[in-house]
Ligand binder design. Sequence first.
Ligand SMILES: [Fe+2]
Ligand SMILES: [Fe+2]
Length: 193
Amino acid sequence: MEREKALEIVKVQLTEHRYQHTLGVMETAIELAKRFHADEKKAETAAIFHDYAKFRPKDEMKQIIIDQQFPQDLLIHNTELWHAPVGAYLVKSEVGIDDDEILDAIRYHTSGREKMTLLEKIIFVADYIEPGRHFPGVEEVREVARKDLDTALIYSLRNTIIFLAKRNQAIYPDTIKTYNSLLIEKKGESKGE
Ligand SMILES: [Fe+2]
Ligand SMILES: [Fe+2]
């Protein structure tokens, strides 16, 4: 889909602030796709639509999670997680995007998952480091992302886990699993050197 058309579709779903964030994620995702040799067009489309469902009513999202038999443990965790799988579903059913790589990048952009694809990693990290983000630790992740996408992802996950833990908030199991699997993979690699 043409960039202008995609942006037009997503703009009416978002607040101005979230739309600006989306533009930042788009630019960053394209940059990362170039750097790490992913499909730039898919990165662009996934980035544009990643927060498509962000402002859907909670009741609507909950119903979709139940009806579509998405992981039901989502319902007992932070509602902030819901817009990712629900977004993947709505981007397919309402916008007509049916590329599974793009849809999975949207689906896992908040929780992560074990064995993330390159495109999934790019959208996750782009969402975390886009230029509009200003929180402690983000500059370090931006720096690392210039060379090493997996380490940037590990740092983003680590920061998110610490942020939630400090606020006595539960951490979604897939987020921990993603963090652990990447670390273990990395340790395996460095042992093999
Ligand atoms: Fe999001
Ligand atoms: Fe986002």
